[in-house]
Design a binder for this molecule. Structure first.
Ligand code: NAP
Length: 547
């Protein structure tokens, strides 16, 4: 049997279960101590409200607590992957690299927790099992796997978009006798791959980041690829004092743009049609600039065939130039979906890794995996004996973390049933039938298509205003109406249908999880914050206040 190496765990905290009674409820429960949950708890505390945070991990950091695989980094620049709510925080934190490593991002989350004294308000190593709306008391009743029973008026799910890792669930996986590691649940102690034969299964961002470093240590690496991905070079480097000073000087203007609902970076307008020369110049920047940020500077890259094709062709040509063996280069070349309709990877040495003698690509389109065996991976062609399997199969994205809990609203309606055909929300913030429940960066909001950290900040600020509205109007509840939700879901789908996104079998579409409904989950339209602000300004249009 494979050792239970996938859960890092820390020693179990010994504590008495927490019980709050409906007679003395808390103002709020916040689930998750990632960047959304930390800021939510901070804002609630600042407003003088009582709050209990709950987190399954041993400490703060969310995805950055769990994803400790070699090479894990952010894929948008660190300077942007930062909170904007505190000038002091911004001024005192100095990122060391263009794209920070997982340990540095985790240290940042820990610094935020210390600086704003947030840890005492969380229960760690505690998983929420159920959250049920008590219609009589108009409270959320939250239970955990530690026996806690908490009653609170508001329940905020800050559970993250990529926080429910897919198990290593290929046929025969539990028979493997070597070591198995899931990228999204990586152990805390470093893994030494020296002298080992390693199978990496998957070629998404997690595999693209980890494989080059694993290959530097291991004897032999087999990369099992089902679909080739587009990857852009990170061009990672230390951040100079000048770059940091430049960002800091511009920080107030950057924050002003965010707060006013304008894109914080210059994004070409939707009706802009670049000439071939302009397009070629912009496409060149994919290789010389800022990865995903350079990609979104290409006008209508996810809407216009010509612009998309130019960018895709450019990446395909680069792969052919980097990978020395032309047949291998072709296998690594993405052709089956438009660039950016799955999140592009940002790498350091991904394509170059395939020029190494100890790295072999197994193309699963030609020879699919038939089973994991006690000694390795079996395809239709042959057995690959290995000592270690790295499972990089991704996440049950956007809905997985929510649906793994038993969340029940009015009339005992379960979220699982309400979302049986795909997630339905109003603004990605609230769900009809679930009063006083909010989702931070929920499906139906831009979340993963933008800078998810500042997207979480925007949601938390909106939720705080909504909670204040309920309190100042002496209402008991705020609840999205079914009509408003249906209109929003239709709008989300309409916006997605104007793009090339539906052409890819991506996790945005739920396509990576067997049996998951295929619905484009994030909101891709423009002016999202302005829309949220208008809803609030109109007295929470599309919401009903309950007494
Ligand atoms: P992912 O992009 O979903 O990749 C999963 C990989 O597993 C895909 O290559 C997929 O192939 C493959 N796969 C799935 N089922 C398989 C099967 N039965 N047999 C063989 N292969 C199979 O997951 P991820 O790499 O963890 O990344 C998910 C997202 O997390 C990213 O898009 C990104 O947003 C975020 N992330 C970001 C960073 C970063 O740079 N900051 C790092 C890691 C993750 P198919 O393509 O054919 O489905």
């Amino acid at each position: 049997m494979a050792p239970a190496a996938t859960h890092p765990g820390t020693s179990a905290a010994v504590r008495e279960p927490l019980h709050t009674t409906p007679a003395a409820p808390l103002d709020a429960v916040v689930v998750g101590a990632g960047f959304g949950g930390l800021y939510m708890v901070h804002r609630l505390r600042e407003a003088g409200l009582t709050v209990q945070g709950i987190e399954a991990a041993g400490d703060v950091g969310g995805t950055w607590w769990w994803n400790r695989y070699p090479g894990a980094r952010c894929d948008i620049p660190s300077l942007l992957y930062s909170y904007t709510f505190s000038d002091e925080l911004q001024a005192e934190w100095r990122w060391s690299e263009k794209y920070a490593t997982q340990p540095e991002i985790l240290a940042y989350a820990q610094h935020v927790a210390d600086r704003f004294d947030l840890r005492p308000h969380f229960l760690f190593e505690t998983r929420v099992t159920s959250a049920v709306f008590d219609e009589t008391a108009k409270l959320w009743r939250v239970k955990t796997d530690r026996g806690d029973e908490i009653a609170a008026r508001f329940c905020v799910m800050a559970t993250g978009c990529l926080s429910a890792p897919r198990d290593f669930d290929l046929p025969g996986a539990d028979t493997f006798e070597g070591e198995t590691y899931v990228t999204g649940l990586w152990p805390h102690d470093p893994i030494d791959f020296t002298g080992k034969r390693v199978a990496v299964i998957g070629t998404g961002s997690s595999a693209v980041q980890s494989t080059p470093l694993i290959a530097e240590q291991a004897d032999q690496v087999y990369v099992f690829q089902r679909t080739p991905n587009y990857s852009l070079p990170a061009l990672n480097a230390p951040l100079s004092d000048e770059e940091v000073a430049g960002f800091r000087a511009n920080f107030p203007a950057y924050v002003e743009l965010l707060r006013s609902g304008q894109p914080p970076l210059p994004i070409p307008p939707a009706d802009y049609v670049p000439s071939d020369e302009e397009l070629n110049a912009l496409v060149e920047q994919l290789w010389n600039g800022w990865g995903l940020i350079s990609a979104v500077q290409i006008p209508n890259i996810v809407r216009d065939e010509r612009c998309n094709q130019a960018a895709g062709d450019f990446v395909r040509a680069k792969i052919a130039r980097i990978v020395k063996d032309p047949a291998l280069a072709e296998k690594l070349t993405p052709r089956s979906f438009p660039i950016m309709t799955k999140r592009a990877c940002v790498d350091t040495g991904w394509y170059e890794t395939f020029n190494r003698d100890n790295v072999e690509l197994v193309d699963l389109r030609e020879t699919p995996i038939t089973a994991i065996t006690p000694t390795g991976v079996r395809t239709t062609e042959r057995d690959y004996p290995v000592d270690v399997i790295v499972s990089a199969l991704g996440f049950d994205a956007m809905t997985g973390a929510l649906l793994r809990m038993d969340i029940r609203g009015r009339g005992g309606l379960s979220l699982k049933d309400a979302w049986a055909e795909g997630p339905k929300t109003y603004l990605g913030l609230a769900v009809a039938g679930f009063p006083n429940l909010f989702t931070v960066t929920g499906p139906g909001s831009p979340s993963v298509l933008t800078n998810v950290l500042t997207a979480a900040e925007q949601h938390v600020d909106w939720i705080m205003d909504a909670i204040a509205h309920v309190r100042t109007t002496n209402a008991a509840t705020l609840e999205a109406t079914t009509d408003a939700q249906e209109d929003w879901v239709a709008h989300v789908n309409e916006e997605a249908d104007k793009t090339l996104f539906p052409r890819a079998a991506s996790w945005y579409m739920g396509a990576n999880i067997p049996g998951k409904p295929r619905v484009f989950m994030p909101y891709v339209g423009e002016g999202y914050k302005l829309h949220c602000d208008a809803v609030a300004a109109e007295g929470y249009a599309g919401f009903a206040l309950g007494s």
